[in-house]
Structure formats: C-alpha cells, structure tokens
Write a protein that binds this ligand. Structure first.
Ligand SMILES: NC(=O)c1ccc[n+]([C@@H]2O[C@H](COP(=O)([O-])OP(=O)(O)OC[C@H]3O[C@@H](n4cnc5c(N)ncnc54)[C@H](O)[C@@H]3O)[C@@H](O)[C@H]2O)c1
Length: 94
C-alpha cells in the first residue's frame, strides 16, 4: 500500500487512529476526516507534521467535503459513516 492515498473517516477515534498509525507505518499518505464528536486530537497529533498526513475537521455528512478528499484511492469507514455519507460510498474522481 506504500504511496497510496487513503481516506479514514473517524480517524481521530479509538479504532480509526490505530488504523491511521498502521497505514502511516505502511508508507501511505493518510487523510483523516473527523468532526471530533468523540475523537481526540491526541490520538493523531504525532502525525500532524509528518508531511504525509492531512486532517479535515468536518462531518462526513457534509457533501462539500468530497472536494477536499479528491485523489484518495481507498476509504476506510465504520458502517455508520458509510450509511450516512456519499463520500464513503462513491468514488471521488474530480
Ligand atoms: N471500540 C470498540 O471496541 C468497537 C467494537 C465494535 C464496533 N465498534 C464500532 O466501530 C466504530 C468506531 O468505534 P470507536 O471505538 O473507534 O469509536 P470512537 O467514538 O472512538 O470513534 C469514532 C470517530 O468518528 C468520529 N465521528 C463520529 N461521527 C462523525 C461524523 N458525522 N463525521 C465525522 N466524524 C465523525 C468521532 O469524532 C470519532 O473520532 C463505531 O461505529 C463503533 O460502534 C467499536
């Protein structure tokens, strides 16, 4: 997966942040989309200055957010996020 740009919704949460750690270790470029409803910046802050990490503080239900996640080749989401957000179900091509 080295070099792949990956979107993780809820990436500041408990499970999401462990997934982010793993993906960063694998050499991925990681985009986290999280509204910090229950997520914590402390879970991801060690990646903020890595140059391979981007944080989008938005709600997955916001359709405008898709524009900011263009170019992600892979998306990891909890089933709840997938149900609620177009961004998690449809490829982002433009
Ligand atoms: N932790 C467990 O042991 C466990 C076990 C089985 C299933 N799950 C499921 O896995 C999922 C994640 O669990 P977790 O423990 O990491 O929870 P968590 O609350 O730590 O993480 C969820 C993340 O999603 C973010 N979030 C919530 N709504 C959002 C929205 N609308 N837009 C953007 N971001 C949003 C939160 O801010 C948080 O960072 C949940 O659906 C949970 O029910 C968890």
């Amino acid at each position: 997966m080295r070099g792949l740009r990956v979107l993780v919704t809820g990436g500041a949460g408990f499970i999401g942040s462990h997934l982010v750690d793993r993906l960063m270790n694998e050499g991925c470029e990681v985009v986290v989309l999280d509204n910090f409803f229950s997520g914590k910046i402390g879970n991801i802050k060690h990646h903020l200055d890595s140059g391979k990490f981007r944080l989008i503080k938005r709600d997955v239900r916001n359709s405008e957010v898709a524009k900011e996640a263009v170019g992600c080749g892979c998306c990891f989401s909890s089933s709840r996020h997938r149900e609620r957000a177009t961004i998690c179900r449809e490829p982002i091509t433009r």
